[in-house]
Write a protein that binds this ligand. Structure first.
Ligand SMILES: Cc1ncc(COP(=O)(O)O)c(C=O)c1O
Length: 279
């Protein structure tokens, strides 16, 4: 699929990079830059474009009828896939966890339906085995959350857009972004887990320059936490950069703790990837 026009006309690439300031790190000579991948596009924002790009680019009607993937009722990944399919004329299917749901259950599902994604709601039990309905066997399958070799490859572009630095921070969900960053950079990468999936992440081949931080899950995936909500609101107010608590909030919280507790050495120049997620 020729995606060059779409990439050139609809997306803000390379995404901007901004330095942010605070006494807490300025006093140690630490520089913090934010790679604003959240500004790539209002919908295919953050790491969604980086992860999906190669699936879209290599898609061909000669071999497949469309793209199929999996996710929960609020999946950023499926939402981005639905929009990308709609924009590029690629049929899409979303297998959604939760048989009790309908296309009207939330605004994201109804929007995905309007963009033409075919939504299939299945029980949580069935979802575990990631079944592909027989009518979609000619669809190319993208794993849950977009994880895969093509997603990892998408981080090569991201690395090429980064300034010279010592350290890179990113949030980890499936691990594609962190693994890809570490694969294509020579710098150290710190990936902050947002769910308790260290064991699953470590089943992949993990580059030696990737450090996995698991102390900032705040209980479990997406669990609401007042301290984290307040942190995100204050971060937005101080730096003018919106973040959300599920991914980027946990990542920036960990980063700032790492500065305070000396885990990050004085005079380090670091880049935090804003992987989007602020819908
Ligand atoms: C906003 C946001 N940031 C980070 C991640 C985690 O990225 P990855 O799944 O590549 O680890 C996700 C989930 O995919 C996400 O939606």
């Amino acid at each position: 699929m020729d995606i060059a026009n779409f990439e050139f006309n609809a997306l803000h690439l390379p995404s901007p990079i901004e330095e942010i300031f605070d006494d807490c790190w300025n006093s140690k000579g630490i520089q913090v830059f934010v790679k604003r991948d959240d500004l790539i596009h209002p919908i295919i924002s953050g790491n969604k474009w980086r992860k999906l790009k190669n699936y879209l680019q290599t898609f061909s009607f000669n071999t497949h009828s469309g793209l199929l993937s999996f996710g929960g009722a609020f999946s950023n990944h499926l939402y981005a896939l639905a929009f990308a399919g709609h924009s590029l004329g690629i049929p899409t299917v979303g297998i959604i966890r939760g048989e009790e749901l309908t296309t009207g259950s939330n605004v994201y599902l109804s929007q995905m339906n309007d963009w033409g994604m075919q939504l299939h709601f299945i029980s949580r039990m069935d979802y575990r085995s990631k079944p592909i309905p027989p009518e979609y066997e000619k669809y190319a399958v993208i794993s849950e959350g977009g994880f895969g070799e093509l997603a990892i490859l998408g981080m090569e572009d991201l690395v090429s857009e980064l300034p010279v630095c010592d350290l890179i921070y990113t949030a980890i969900g499936t691990g594609a972004t962190a693994i890809g960053l570490a694969k294509y950079t020579k710098n150290s990468v710190v990936g902050v887990l947002t769910l308790n999936n260290r064991a699953e992440i470590e089943e992949h081949s993990i580059p030696i320059n990737l450090e996995i931080e698991d102390a900032y899950v705040f209980g479990k995936y997406a669990k609401q936490n007042n301290e984290l909500d307040l942190f995100c609101a204050e971060f937005h107010q101080q730096h003018g950069i919106p973040i959300e608590p599920i991914y980027t909030g946990r990542m920036f919280y960990a980063l700032i703790e790492h500065i305070k507790n000396g885990h990050i050495a004085p005079n380090t120049k670091l880049v935090a990837i804003h992987t989007g997620g602020v819908k």
